[in-house]
Design a protein around this ligand. Structure first.
Ligand SMILES: NC(=O)c1ccc[n+]([C@@H]2O[C@H](COP(=O)([O-])OP(=O)(O)OC[C@H]3O[C@@H](n4cnc5c(N)ncnc54)[C@H](O)[C@@H]3O)[C@@H](O)[C@H]2O)c1
Ligand SMILES: O=P(O)(O)OC[C@@H](O)[C@@H](O)[C@H](O)[C@H](O)CO
Length: 493
């Protein structure tokens, strides 16, 4: 079978290169690159995207082998109707391999029509690395690479303010635009790039925080062969996402003229003065539920989000968790929260996509810290009691890091230090050198994992230890049943 490229797919268009994209991953391609395609089709935006990989270079070669083309499947409910859309995205003009073609990157900085920079480098990408040097080709960190790019641009245009960039990071961290700007300024100081550059950075460039939302399970590995047979070509970069999308960009009103999302009919993308509300609601309800359901449902023998929310026991658990413990920590109007939650639960039930719990489980410890711990702490502050289901998810997470589902090994994927810590604690438990209460206490007291000592939260260590004990002796299903019965007895569920 022939590989998808411009010889195989002739219906492509070409546009001036206006966007630099840090990240070649599934999410950016199914979200930003798709939106640029809609902008090109529906407005006079007329721009393409140049992709650079924040780390490594392997996928850039794959992207160039396909001339930047890839097939996107958008599956789910649109305006109350089930929709399965399929399109070839032609907005990526090329990828630059920074390790082999750094000069191309410098050249791109000097292209007059380049205007926008987007990124998605995971929660770990926006960091300052003091070892990065301006002379490196390329620098290790993403902000280091970006600072070098902006400096080359500044030099090429001799500080012309009109040639500054609009920078929109998509990383799921609070104040991503502000943080990125801060790190870029830090590099400018660290590398002594001069006052004129710093003032050009400040005055000619606009860093916008943004909040993204679209579930993108990625490459359809289960059905790739039959899909490619149907397509009639090989596509190593196929990507599956849901129909739903939301991109809230915190920026000046004039941005809407340069990025005419409204005119393109992209109703889910808009410019706001303050992102806080969108971010907190999404990270707590959607991401918080994802991360909290993962160990509970996976250890119960389930594999996907859809199975988990449709299952009588875990489905009720997830519902109760959201309605009884997550929503009460949010201050948005109740009717808005109900509409949003309903929407999220329907998205979780999307029958057209397989969202694997194991893919969500990647880096679960730091995800629990950023997504769920704030809910737990807020709940305790507001109600003076522990949120039982969330604490149970937390306990299940610790149990998940034991690395066994029945007789089957769990392919844990986390920072090596995290994996070593849990492997050593669970091994000590197996050798009867450590009880479950001590194991819980040691994990909870680890300020490197959580940023604080969680044993200070009254009753938390005991509750986690009790849950671990019950999961170990009675099995996870028995505990979920008990939690469910207890909530019915309290008149909740
Ligand atoms: N897939 C989704 O449904 C979805 C939806 C919204 C947001 N996100 C966010 O996107 C990220 C994952 O992206 P994806 O699904 O496209 O996965 P992916 O693995 O296809 O892409 C991840 C990208 O991040 C880069 N990266 C990873 N670690 C990095 C680091 N330490 N420094 C710099 N760059 C780094 C990789 O090189 C790659 O470009 C997560 O942070 C996630 O929260 C994903
Ligand atoms: O992509 P991750 O691994 O950071 O998190 C898994 C999911 O929670 C996440 O991808 C959501 O699907 C996404 O945030 C929805 O917008």
């Amino acid at each position: 079978m022939q590989l998808l490229n411009k010889k195989v797919y002739k219906n492509f268009k070409t546009y001036p290169e206006k966007v630099l994209q840090f990240g070649e991953g599934n999410f950016l391609r199914a979200f930003v690159d798709w939106q640029i395609q809609v902008l090109n089709e529906e407005t006079d935006f007329n721009g393409s995207v140049v992709v650079v990989q924040p780390r490594g270079s392997e996928k850039i070669e794959r992207l160039n082998n396909q001339d930047g083309l890839f097939t996107l499947f958008l599956q789910g409910i649109k305006e109350d109707q089930p929709v399965k859309e399929q399109l070839v995205v032609d907005t990526i003009s090329r990828g630059i391999n920074l390790f082999a073609d750094y000069d191309e990157y410098v050249k791109l900085a000097g292209q007059a029509e380049l205007r926008f920079i987007v990124s998605n480098t995971t929660e770990a990408g926006i960091v300052f690395d003091p070892e990065d040097r301006f002379e490196d080709r390329p620098q290790k960190s993403f902000p280091g690479k970006l600072t070098a790019f902006l400096y080359h641009r500044f030099n090429r245009f001799k500080g012309d303010e009109a040639k500054g960039c609009i920078i929109i990071p998509c990383e799921l961290i609070e104040n991503n635009g502000g943080m990125l700007k801060e790190v870029v300024l830090q590099y400018a100081e660290h590398w002594n790039l001069g006052e004129a550059f710093i003032s050009w950075l400040e005055n000619a460039n606009t860093f916008c925080s943004s909040l993204v939302d679209r579930i993108v399970p990625g490459y359809p590995k289960d059905s790739s062969e039959e899909i490619q047979k149907e397509l009639g070509y090989e596509d190593q970069l196929m990507v599956v996402g849901e129909q739903y999308y939301l991109w809230a960009i915190e920026g000046p009103d004039w941005l809407g003229e340069e990025l005419p999302f409204a005119a393109a009919g992209l109703k889910g993308t808009f410019i706001v003065n303050d992102l806080t509300k969108f971010r907190t609601r999404k990270v707590r309800i959607l991401n918080g539920a994802h991360t909290a359901m993962t160990p509970v449902a996976y250890l119960s023998g389930l594999d996907t989000v859809e199975e988990s929310v449709n299952h009588s026991l875990t489905g009720k658990f997830i519902n109760d968790l959201i309605y009884e413990e997550i929503i009460p920590t949010l201050d948005d109007p109740q009717d808005e929260l109900m509409v949003y939650t309903n929407e999220v639960l329907n998205r979780f039930k999307n029958p057209y996509i397989k969202h694997y719990l194991m893919s969500i489980s990647l880096n679960s410890i730091s995800k629990f810290k950023t997504r769920d711990l704030p809910i737990l702490v807020e709940y305790v502050n507001r109600f003076g009691a522990l949120p039982e289901r969330l604490v149970f998810s937390f306990s299940s997470l610790l149990y998940f890091y034991k690395g066994k589902r029945g007789g089957e090994e769990i392919k844990l994927d986390d920072h090596p230090k995290v994996l070593t810590l849990f492997a050593s604690l669970w091994e000590k438990y197996q050798r009867q050198q450590l009880g479950l209460k001590e194991l819980a206490a040691q994990v909870l007291a680890d300020t490197v994992l959580w940023g604080e000592d969680l044993t200070d939260i009254p009753g938390l260590t005991d509750m986690v230890a009790a849950h671990l004990d019950r999961i170990e002796t009675d099995g996870i299903t028995a505990v979920i049943k008990d939690l469910s019965t207890a909530s019915v007895a309290r008149g909740e569920g």
